[in-house]
Design a protein around this ligand. Structure first.
Ligand SMILES: [Zn+2]
Length: 216
C-alpha cells in the first residue's frame, strides 16, 4: 500500500540528507521520482543538504496544485514511481491534501520532510496538516544537539545573533549563519524558554561578575 510518510525533526537534523538518500536508493534501483521543495537554502528548484549534496527539484510555488502537476506529467507519458517533498512545512494545508490525494488516487508513495514547529514553538500549518493526514510519522533519529549537549527539540530564530520570539512565521535563513541578519539555531526546550543561545551562553560566561579575578 502506498503511504504518505512525514519525516519530522528540528532544523539541522539531517532531513534533506535523508531525502537525498531515499532518492539515491530508489533511483539506483531504476525507480523514477519527482522531488518538490520550497525555499531551499540552495535556491529555487534545488534540494540541497548541509553535507554538500544538491539535486534538481520542482519548486512547489504558493498556489501550485501538486496533484495536478503530477497528473500532467503522467498524462504526457512521464514516469513517476514516488514523490519526495522537502521543506514540507512551507507547503499550504491545501497542498498537503493534494499529496494525500496523490497517495490514494495515483498510488504513489509520498515522503515528506519537514520541521514541525516554528521559532515560536507553534506548528507550521503545512506540518499540522501532515500530522493530521500522514499514514506514518517518523521522527528522525539523527538528533541535533543544543549547545548544552541536550537533545535539541526546538528551533530558535536569531536576529543579528540575538534570539527573537516574534516576527513572521517564514523567513528563510540557515542554521549557524553568523553573518546574515536572520539565523536559526536549534536548542533544547529549557534553553529555548530561557532564550539562551550558544552566543548568549558564551557572553554570560564572560560577563564581569563571573570573570576570574586576575592579579594586576
Ligand atoms: Zn540546552
Amino acid at each position: 500500500m502506498p503511504e504518505l510518510v512525514f519525516f519530522s525533526g528540528t532544523m539541522d537534523c539531517g532531513k534533506s540528507t535523508l531525502a537525498l538518500q531515499i532518492e539515491h536508493n530508489r533511483s539506483a534501483r531504476g525507480l523514477r521520482g519527482v522531488i518538490f521543495t520550497r525555499d531551499d537554502r540552495a535556491g529555487e528548484g534545488k534540494l540541497s543538504s548541509r553535507l554538500g549534496l544538491v539535486t534538481n527539484a520542482v519548486e512547489a510555488q504558493e498556489g501550485m496544485d501538486v496533484y495536478a502537476h503530477l497528473v500532467g506529467l503522467l498524462s504526457e507519458g512521464g514516469r513517476v514511481d514516488y514523490v519526495i517533498v522537502d521543506e514540507a512545512q512551507f507547503l499550504s494545508p491545501a497542498q498537503i491534501d493534494q499529496l494525500a490525494r496523490v497517495v490514494d488516487e495515483l498510488n504513489l508513495d509520498v515522503f515528506a520532510f519537514g520541521i514541525t514547529t516554528d521559532f515560536r514553538t507553534k506548528l507550521f500549518p503545512g506540518s499540522q496538516r501532515l500530522i493530521e493526514l500522514a499514514d506514518r510519522i517518523e521522527t528522525l533519529q539523527v538528533e541535533a544537539l543544543c549547545w548544552c549537549g541536550a537533545r535539541a527539540t526546538h528551533n530558535a530564530r536569531t536576529l543579528d545573533g540575538v534570539m527573537v520570539v516574534e516576527g513572521s512565521q517564514v523567513v528563510v535563513g540557515d542554521v549557524n549563519q553568523t553573518s546574515a541578519e536572520v539565523g536559526y539555531e536549534v536548542l533544547c526546550r529549557r534553553h529555548h524558554r530561557r532564550e539562551m543561545t550558544a552566543a548568549a551562553a558564551r557572553a554570560g560566561a564572560l560577563s564581569p561578575d563571573v570573570l576570574p579575578v586576575t592579579a594586576g
